[in-house]
Design a protein around this ligand. Structure first.
Ligand SMILES: [Zn+2]
Length: 212
């Protein structure tokens, strides 16, 4: 990886054809990482994607699922988002495929606070307001005091105001209505979270993959 390390420090970003600040911003933006079955497994920085591509540990992927090694990718026509390398430019690799990684993302979504927020897209399931996570909490639809369990089917994302208004009552008992019936998500937490936070258009063909 010495060559790759050298690339990281010297060759990428300090561009003659791209203003350094813009090159730096591009390197810190995100790239989607796929396994060999084209399933999304991770999000990394463009800088890291370039290093993996240069080292031969990954190939760049275009929207038709065609894959490119480093030299072929460098020969691709420059785009609006190109990185300057020494003496040439290269399109930003927004999607890469790891050359030797077959693991499939977990199929069973773990029940956790962050994953409930991701499933509900950071949106209060009573008043439909989308809020920062520090202004949200988890609400037991049927309160624990009335026998409600901590499960995907009984816990939703709620704002503090609705949670306070609801108190220890069911939605019916206090006149609130759920936006939708809570269920266990079919996506991996990674996909749900990525989808909820928006993504680059180049990721679209790959995020459409349902994994369960
Ligand atoms: Zn609310």
């Amino acid at each position: 990886m010495n060559g790759a390390a050298a690339l990281q420090e010297r060759d990428v970003g300090g561009s003659s054809s791209v203003a350094p600040r813009r090159g730096e911003a591009l390197l810190h933006s995100k790239a989607l990482v796929l396994n060999r079955s084209f399933l999304p497994i991770h999000v990394t920085s463009v800088r890291r994607a370039c290093i993996l591509l240069y080292a031969g540990a990954a190939r760049a992927v275009d929207s038709t699922y065609e894959t490119f090694d480093f030299s072929r990718w460098c020969e691709s026509p420059p785009t609006a988002e190109s990185l300057g390398l020494v003496g040439r430019s290269m399109p930003v690799p927004r999607v890469i495929q790891l050359s030797s990684y077959d693991r499939v993302p977990r199929r069973q979504v773990r029940f956790s606070r962050q994953n409930v927020y991701a499933r509900d897209r950071d949106t209060c399931q009573y008043c439909a307001r989308r809020l920062p996570r520090n202004q949200l909490n988890l609400d037991h639809v049927v309160p624990k005091s009335q026998g409600g369990g901590s499960s995907w089917e009984n816990v939703v994302c709620s704002c503090h105001r609705c949670n306070w208004r609801k108190g220890g009552r069911t939605p019916e008992q206090c006149g609130l209505r759920l936006l939708r019936k809570p269920t266990r998500p079919g996506w991996t937490p990674f996909l749900a979270d990525t989808a909820s936070r928006g993504h680059y258009s180049e990721w679209g063909p790959f995020l459409g993959v349902r994994v369960s």
